[in-house]
Every structure is written in structure tokens, then in C-alpha cells.
Design a protein. Structure first.
Length: 493
């Protein structure tokens, strides 16, 4: 018996999105409605003005895509019966009850996001760590607490859905079958499949476009013969071009949209300002762990809350509270309110494989520049707000999770046994099944014309330094000294 839908919502990406009674109850809660006011792409609208879409619409889209993928699995479980070699009724992933569970996890997977989605997350993680908080600062773990300790958990239980099962899917912790986990968090999941199409559409670019209908038609459910992973989703070899289009599209979206230099600049500025206004001695906003201790309070913390504070700082309404941080905070608020940028005085990217270990890299230069700048700031030669240096580890991307160093066996039973013995996370890989029923990883596929294996080992990192124009010449001179002396490893003597 198929899921019973009670309402339909119009979506600009997928058209009609049907929702069930349980989903309608979740959507109607203030905690979920809050996601209307949390931007999907943070401050990308400073560059791509159309990207003001929300986590609310994305979450609905992920639930829709999850059902589309399960529909594809149901069709292909029959169509490719010779490869599946398992009765349709024996698959957990094909059951209506599992579909409802996955759809609810899809709806709630981002419920723990702070304002501006991922923008503040690295700062929150560092603040929680430096203040020795029990929360790790990640939105997934906050989302877990929100689901289990607020009205959301009560609603799930009223609809015979176990909140702990929903949480396990979102956090990828103790998932009943690997196939369930693949739907919500993997290299090709409902989350990524929705946000690429949605972000590309609202940004007004075509980098993230791919053929969702084709991907839906190449998913195949299989049973793990060893029993260790229960069920697993693989992809028919004839669909490799569609998968590569999706992976390369995601890589290009990161390059051109998510890591655009101006977006990165403004996101670093607002992160610095957030750190100031949540300082417990200043207290304009509660420290981030307040919402871990009081998850119901998250309902009143969204983008509007944050920007109200920023605009109030801009209008000098918090001068007293800010104390000696007044000038720095007002400067950041002015940059954001008036959309002022700094000069990009150093912009370098590095593309390398994971086996490359050359100490004379841009990272060394970046570290030397950062060290010297901190000395100049400490000596009072430049103010702390004069230079913005995004951390390189936050500006690193790759097309796909790197492959294992060795090729796994192609025989299905040996393949899964190898993964279990090696403690290898195969959920982070895309497995291809050929017409003979053999398995191989896309990142290790040596078939003619397959591109991904050629770049699977590569990662790209961006190194950027932005300087207030008043101090740009000084910072540029410092960078030149560092670059010239990189071979001596003693650049400031």
C-alpha cells in the first residue's frame, strides 16, 4: 500500500510535492517553519542576488527526491531481477514504512542549522571546543537534540515513527541498513541531488544541472551476501555518464558559486562579528551552546535575528555593550550593511593528489603570512579588522571521496567482505554493477571514457588574503617577502 498524501505543495524545482499527514504535522511546527528564515546559501546573495532561497524549501525538496529514488529502486528491483537475485518483498528499502521514515529524516536533516546555514558552523565548532562545551558545535548533533527533546519527537511518536530511527539516519549512526543511510548521507544522496538543482536555479547558473530522471533509472538495490551491511544501493554501469555529470556539476558549483571570493569574504566577516556579539561579557546574543542547553529556543534564532543585531550595531545602538570591541564590530557591520569588500591581495589555488607532500606549498606561505600579521597586530601596527584570511581547510574541495589505495574484489560477496575486513566506509563511494553482476567502485573504474578515476585523488585548495585598502600595500609587501623567501624557510630575516 502506497503512502497516503494529504496535501500538495508547489515547488519551483520539482513541481508538485505531495506530503503525508505526519509530514504536514512536522511542517506546521514553529521549529520547522523557522527554516523559512534560514538561507540555504548563507551570504551567496551578496554575489548571486537570487540565492535567497531557504532551508525550508530545500528540506521539502530532499523529501521529494528521496521518494523519486525509492520509486526508481522499486522499478529496478524488478527490471534487473537477474542482478538483484532477491525477492522484491525482502527489501527493507522498498517498503512504504521505510519510505516514510526516510522522507521524515529528509525533512528534518537540517533542523539544527544556525542562521545562514553553514556560514557560522566552523566558528561555532571552534567556540564550543575552546570553551570546553559538551556540544561539538555541529548542526547534525543539535538537530538530533531538537528532534528528541522538543515537540518534534512527540509528533513523530503520535504518527508511529521512532524519533531515534530518524536521528540515526540524519547522523549516520547505527543505521539499520546501509541503503537507508545512502539515501540521506552519501556521495550521491537525496540531499545533494536537490541542492545542486535548487542552488543552480536560484543562482542563475547552469553548473549544477544534471539528469535526475536518468539517475533514478540506474539505481539498483542489492543484498549484501555477507550480511554485514544488509542492503546496499549500486548503480548500473550504463548510467556512468549521468553520475559523472552530477559529480562534475557539484565540483563546478563549489568552484564558481559556493567558494566565490566575495562570498567567502563576507562569510568570514560575519563569522568574526558573530564571535564578538556572542562573547559572554558582551552578551548581545547568547553563546552558541545556549541552544544546545535549550533546544526550544532555537525557534527564535534565525537570519532575521542575526541581521537585526548587525543593523543595530551599524546604527551604533550597541556601543555601550561592545566596549573596546566597538570599533571592530562597527567596522564589520558596515562592511556587511554597505556591501564593502577588501582588496584581494593574494589569491592562489593548489591542485594536488593526496600522496604529494611538498613542504614548499602555498600553505607554508599562508602560515608565514598569518604568523607575521599576528605579530603586526599585537604590536599595534595594523588593526585586527584590517586583514581577512579564510582558513585553507575551509576552502578545500574535491570532486569525489578518494578511492581506497587498493582495488576491492569484483565478486559481490568478496567485495562486501573486503569492505568489512578493511573497515572501509563504502557508503562514501559510488559502486557500479555491470551486466555480469560484478561490483567496482566508480573511483577505480578503468573502463574507456570514464573521467572520475582520473581526478578522484585530486583536491583543490584556495589560499586568499583580503586587506582593507588603507593597509593593502603593507600587506602586499609582506606577502612578497614571504613568497621570495619560501625556499629559505626563514622569510623574515
Amino acid at each position: 500500500m502506497a503512502l497516503r498524501f494529504v496535501k500538495v505543495l508547489a515547488d519551483p524545482i520539482h513541481g508538485a510535492v505531495d506530503i503525508t499527514s505526519a509530514e504536514n504535522s512536522i511542517i506546521s511546527t514553529p521549529l520547522f517553519q523557522r527554516l523559512r528564515y534560514v538561507r540555504q546559501l548563507g551570504l551567496s546573495d551578496m554575489v548571486y542576488h537570487g540565492t535567497s532561497h531557504s532551508r525550508f524549501s530545500h528540506s521539502l525538496g530532499v523529501a521529494y527526491v528521496a521518494s523519486e529514488l525509492i520509486d526508481g529502486l522499486r522499478i529496478n528491483a524488478i527490471k534487473y531481477g537477474d542482478l538483484v537475485q532477491t525477492s522484491y518483498d525482502d527489501f527493507d528499502i522498498l517498503k512504504d514504512q521505510t519510505e516514510q521514515l526516510i522522507r521524515i529524516a529528509a525533512l528534518l536533516h537540517d533542523v539544527g542549522h544556525f542562521p545562514l546555514s553553514h556560514v557560522l558552523e566552523n566558528t561555532v565548532i571552534e567556540l564550543c571546543k575552546s570553551n570546553r562545551q559538551s556540544w561539538n558545535g555541529r548542526h547534525e548533533t543539535l538537530g538530533k537534540k531538537v528532534i528528541l527533546e522538543t515537540v518534534l519527537g512527540d509528533i513523530l511518536e503520535e504518527h508511529d515513527v521512532d524519533p531515534k530511527e530518524v536521528v540515526s539516519l540524519i547522523t549516520s549512526d547505527n543505521v539499520e541498513t546501509l541503503a537507508r543511510g545512502q539515501m540521506i548521507s552519501s556521495n550521491l544522496d537525496a540531499d545533494r541531488l536537490d541542492y545542486l538543482l535548487r542552488d543552480s536555479y536560484f543562482a542563475g547558473v547552469s553548473y549544477g544541472n544534471y539528469d535526475l530522471s536518468r539517475i533514478k533509472r540506474i539505481l539498483i538495490p542489492i543484498k549484501d551476501p555477507t550480511g554485514e551491511f544488509e542492503e546496499f544501493i549500486v548503480f548500473h554501469q550504463k548510467g556512468i555518464p549521468a553520475i559523472e555529470q552530477y559529480l562534475l556539476g557539484r565540483y563546478n558549483m563549489y568552484q564558481q558559486v559556493y567558494m566565490h571570493k566575495s562570498t567567502v569574504f563576507f562569510e568570514e566577516v560575519i563569522s568574526r562579528l558573530y564571535e564578538i556579539i556572542t562573547d559572554e561579557e558582551i552578551g548581545i546574543l547568547p553563546p552558541p551552546w545556549h541552544y544546545w542547553e535549550n533546544p526550544d529556543d532555537l525557534v527564535s534564532f534565525d537570519d532575521n535575528t542575526l541581521f537585526h543585531v548587525i543593523h543595530s550595531i551599524y546604527r551604533r545602538k550597541f556601543d555601550k555593550e561592545l566596549g573596546d570591541k566597538k570599533k571592530e564590530a562597527t567596522h564589520y557591520a558596515t562592511l556587511l550593511t554597505e556591501r564593502r569588500t577588501y582588496k584581494l591581495v593574494w589569491d592562489q589555488s593548489e591542485l594536488k593528489g593526496r600522496k604529494q607532500r611538498d613542504i614548499l606549498t602555498p600553505l607554508v606561505i599562508w602560515q608565514l603570512i598569518n604568523e607575521k600579521l599576528q605579530e603586526e597586530i599585537a604590536e599595534g601596527n595594523i588593526p585586527p579588522w584590517a586583514v581577512i584570511m579564510p582558513r585553507p581547510e575551509n576552502e578545500s574541495l574535491r570532486a569525489v571521496t578518494p578511492p581506497p589505495l587498493e582495488n576491492p574484489p569484483e565478486n559481490p560477496k568478496q567485495f562486501f567482505q573486503w569492505a568489512y575486513d578493511q573497515d572501509f566506509d563504502i557508503k562514501k563511494q559510488i559502486a557500479i554493477i555491470d551486466r555480469a553482476g560484478n561490483l567496482r567502485l566508480l573511483t577505480r573504474d578503468e573502463s574507456p571514457g570514464v573521467i572520475i578515476p582520473l581526478i578522484a585523488d585530486m583536491s583543490q585548495t584556495f589560499y586568499r588574503v583580503f586587506a582593507d585598502r588603507k593597509y593593502a600595500d603593507f600587506v602586499e609587501q609582506l606577502i612578497q617577502r614571504a613568497k621570495k623567501s619560501q625556499t629559505t624557510l626563514d622569510p623574515f630575516t
